[in-house]
Design a protein around this ligand. Structure first.
Ligand code: SF4
Length: 457
């Protein structure tokens, strides 16, 4: 399932076979299409198209290319159009200094007026920016566009622009350019963006992705964008489809938005198990404080599942590289459940890994690691800091100031009983990653892995 978050099916290039294009999109598993208006006339057509098809929604707006022709009354008509129930955003609006077909002051005024309209109607914005990073950002900030948020569409800008827009609560939508051979610098930026703020689009009929380059683009081709995005983020295509679909649905308020909490959920070729949301830490960076979702899965549970429920949720685990007790909460709080499920998985011949804060022995008041021996193939322990005082200030462990040393002791115990042990650290500002790596490899004698801050899962 995918959503093409930006296309222009109202354009004349689709007049000969519009219905065929829409059918092909459905056959390719496109769940929703957002058809985006670029002028009053095209916005009307966009709304008509959305009214005709359940799975098409409309955005209405006046593109910067049209800004020189706009009349005062046009904004009143635009507002009327935007009141239609199938309209989910204001746009395409923004600034384009590349072709500069309209004077800059007219473009800026047109952009500001549409931000004001979006705020009035509480609709998100769809922003076009080409070679106008500085003014786009200034206007978004001055007009307080963070109140409605929106999409920076067809992203091809700088790292700074992306970061500042993310801070304003905006989402970044990527199009076919990321598939082009000469777009290496764009790919470098896109691969560092958090997936929970990414969308995919075609911008059809323009910008056909590489495998279809030179042809007219259409919503069915959004799959190529998703595949490249998956490759850049080292995720599966299914992961990116699920994540971007969820992002689009929540931002634009379309489709079913009551994702059930998951016990077992796949990411890449691993199956993760969510067995508790409790934890003995209270980390300043904990993902649970920001979102219920990790890689498009709802992990906020109403009650902790029993071992039988977990085993049932596993389905057939044999197709996965490993089954992982995940870290959206501390799994070793439920040691007995882990042991029971792991015995089952062992019989099934499936490798099991635990992601933990390393406080299992503190939690249970005894050395629990021998109990894991023979059942658990790998353990990933979050060390998070290069010394005890930094660990304490970052993680606020309930076991007090000596917790860091106890976590290291736990790692040493794991090394005796578990075949693969790694220490992980987030690449957060203020953490001495080099020192952490030294502690892992030289002091503790285990593997080290750097995890990316803002990229949970
Ligand atoms: S150890 Fe993990 S789950 Fe626990 S508070 Fe820290 S980040 Fe959150």
């Amino acid at each position: 399932m995918l959503i093409d978050s930006h296309c222009h099916l109202d354009f004349g290039k689709f007049d000969g076979d519009r219905d065929g294009v829409i059918s092909r999109a459905r056959e390719e598993g496109i769940a929703f299409i957002i058809n985006v208006g670029t002028s009053l006339e095209r916005s009307k057509k966009s709304v008509e198209l959305a009214e005709k098809h359940d799975f098409i929604y409309a955005a209405v707006g006046i593109h910067p290319h049209e800004a020189g022709k706009v009349k005062e009354d046009d904004y009143r008509i635009l507002e009327k159009l935007a009141e239609n129930g199938k309209v989910v955003a204001i746009g395409e609006t923004g600034l384009d200094y590349y072709r500069n077909p309209a004077p800059k002051d007219k473009q800026k005024e047109n952009f500001r007026r549409q931000i004001a309209l979006a705020k009035k109607l509480r609709l998100p914005l769809i922003v076009h920016n080409r070679e106008a990073d500085g003014d786009t950002l200034s206007i978004l900030k001055e007009e307080k566009a963070e109140k409605v948020k929106g999409i920076l569409h067809c992203f091809s800008g700088s790292r700074v622009l992306a970061q500042e827009c993310l801070e304003l609560g905006f989402y970044i939508s990527v199009a076919g350019q990321i598939t082009y051979p000469n777009a290496e610098s764009l790919r470098e930026v896109v691969k560092d963006l958090p997936t929970d703020r990414l969308l995919v689009e075609t911008d059809s009929p323009f910008l056909a992705p590489q495998p279809q380059r030179g042809k007219r683009n259409e919503p069915a081709f959004v799959k190529y964008v998703a595949e490249e995005l998956a490759r850049l983020h080292n995720l599966s295509r299914e992961d990116i489809c699920r994540i971007t679909t969820l992002n689009t649905k929540y931002l634009l308020g379309i489709g079913e938005r009551k994702e059930k909490s998951k016990i077992a959920y796949p990411i890449r070729d691993s199956l993760y198990l969510n067995i508790t949301n409790r934890c003995t830490n209270n980390c300043t960076f904990c993902v649970r404080d920001f979102t219920d979702f990790v890689r498009g899965h709802n992990l906020k549970m109403e009650q902790e599942p029993a071992a039988e429920e977990i085993i049932q949720a596993l389905g057939n685990p044999q197709g996965y590289k490993e089954v992982v007790f995940c870290g959206y909460g501390e799994p070793l709080l439920r040691l007995d459940t882990i042991l029971e499920v792991s015995r089952y998985l062992k019989k099934e011949g499936v490798l099991v890994r635990i992601v933990t804060n390393g406080q299992g022995n503190l939690i249970h008041g005894k050395n629990i690691v021998p109990e894991l021996a023979g059942l658990i193939e790998a353990v990933s322990v979050s060390l998070n800091a290069e010394n005890g005082s930094k660990y304490f200030s970052l993680c606020h462990p309930e076991f007090g100031k000596n917790t860091y040393e106890k976590v290291k002791e736990f790692v040493r115990e794991c090394k005796k009983y578990i075949p693969r042990v790694e220490v992980t650290v987030l690449d957060m500002e203020g953490v001495d990653v080099t020192r952490c790596e030294k502690i892992a490899r030289e002091e503790l004698g285990v593997e080290f892995r750097l995890r990316r801050y803002n990229h949970p899962g």
